[in-house]
Design a protein around this ligand. Structure first.
Ligand code: GLV
Ligand code: MN
Ligand code: MN
Length: 405
């Protein structure tokens, strides 16, 4: 059976991880930063060296394409993202792109031409950290967001996606094209595969998500003379809301998750009662109805906290997508591919978002998971074993071949 080159895959991941490398061994490649640009440049160079043509669309998604023998066949695409969290790891996103590239390199070495063209995509801003919403590039591609909407979004410094994208030189003109299928390989980012000593996760779908921007307005006041009972302390309200988010996520069923990951306090001075807080809430669930109920409970808690703390709280939902299900025939082909290689495998639901979530709306889609050390991700210490990454890539190769012919 045709096999990918594990050392070449690992070396590509390590070379890519040099770009934006952090002291603790992680990666900081924020969307549309200089590091993101350099990562893109490297990927584009590698696509060229692998004989692929390269196209870039209006939101900066990059597509490397290897021609097939049938001019009418829709391309079979693989991919993921090259951007990272502020203190991210070497594998989140990078693995899916490098695995796609390794599949193409393997086909080149074997002199194999597929019937359908094969593409490797690097989607812009999957992380949603510097710019919201998450999965921006694949979202635009799938028609979830208009290009103008995405380009108008700004980071905390007020820089727009449009401005940052032009700064990188990756504002292209390619139009979306139909795809025959989409496959994404990714580290699990959770503990299930490692704990069950399983090599391959056959991903059935992903949790739905609702993200909120929260603005709390109280009143700046002196820390000494201002009596406790008249304060309008925005940070106290935020603290209570953080606890409510945690309570909601730990008491609701169906894989409920709740996170406050960003908090900005003003004026952030030790002897001033904080008058203003900006924070985020990330809620996830396997059932759309439960996800809505969690959001309703958050609204209710915000109203109570606002009244108790004499502050104003505004919740704005900035991301919503329901739980997703991947295409049963492609999922079955991932399972069959794992079986054919003799890799242990199990079905799994993704707690993380992936570009595959939006691609599933416009093409049959499936994902391949491999274990990561301690289930840790969105962390500089994120790690995965070369043999597991290679196994996932072999599964990807054969699932793609089954589809591309
Ligand atoms: C993507 O990284 C997510 O937040 O799930
Ligand atoms: Mn990712
Ligand atoms: Mn991520």
């Amino acid at each position: 059976m045709l096999q990918i080159d594990p050392d070449r895959l690992w070396q590509s991941l390590m070379d890519l991880a040099q770009i934006g490398a952090t002291a603790k061994g992680g990666v900081r490649r924020l969307t549309l930063s200089d590091e993101d640009r350099l990562g893109r440049d490297l990927f584009v160079r590698w696509c060229g060296e692998a004989g692929m043509t390269v196209e870039v669309d209006g939101i900066g998604n990059i597509f490397g394409r290897r021609a097939g023998t049938d001019g009418d066949a829709l391309p079979v695409a693989m991919g993921s993202h090259l951007d990272s969290q502020p203190s991210g790891g070497k594998f989140d996103g990078a693995y899916g792109v490098m695995a796609g590239l390794e599949v193409v390199r393997t086909l080149n070495d074997a002199g194999l031409r597929t019937r359908a063209p094969i593409e490797v995509a690097a989607w812009t801003n999957e992380e949603g950290s510097r710019f919201v919403p998450t999965m921006m590039g694949s979202g635009v591609y799938a028609g979830v967001y208009t290009l103008d909407y995405a380009l108008a979004q700004t980071d905390v410094a007020g820089i727009s996606v449009r401005e940052a994208l032009h700064g990188t030189g990756y504002a292209g003109a390619a139009q979306p094209h139909a795809l025959g299928a989409y496959f994404e390989a990714h580290i699990e980012q959770g503990p299930v595969l490692e704990q069950s000593q399983t090599t391959i996760g056959v991903v059935l779908g992903a949790l739905g998500q609702r993200w909120f921007d929260v603005a709390i307005t109280g009143q700046d006041a002196h820390a000494g003379p201002t009596p406790m009972e008249t304060r309008k302390d925005a940070l106290l309200a935020a603290a209570r809301l953080v606890i409510e988010v945690n309570r909601i996520a730990t008491t609701f069923p169906d894989y409920a998750r709740g996170t406050v990951g960003f908090l900005q306090v003003k004026p952030n001075s030790r002897n001033v009662v904080p008058g203003e807080v900006r924070m985020t809430v990330d809620m996830r669930n396997a059932k759309d109805g439960t996800l809505s109920a969690m959001a309703a409970e958050l609204e209710r808690c915000a109203a109570t906290v606002a009244a108790d703390c004499r502050v104003d709280i505004k919740l704005e939902q900035v991301v919503y997508f329901p739980p997703s299900e991947f295409a049963p025939d492609l999922v079955a082909s991932v399972r069959a591919s794992a079986q054919a290689h003799g890799y242990s495998h199990r079905d799994i639901v993704s707690g993380a978002a992936h570009d595959a979530v939006y691609m599933a709306r416009i093409a049959p889609t499936a994902m391949v998971f491999v274990p990561c050390e301690g289930g840790i991700s969105h962390n500089e210490f994120e790690n995965a074993r070369p043999e597991d990454l290679a196994a996932g890539c072999n599964v990807l190769l054969h699932a793609v071949l089954a589809r591309a012919g």
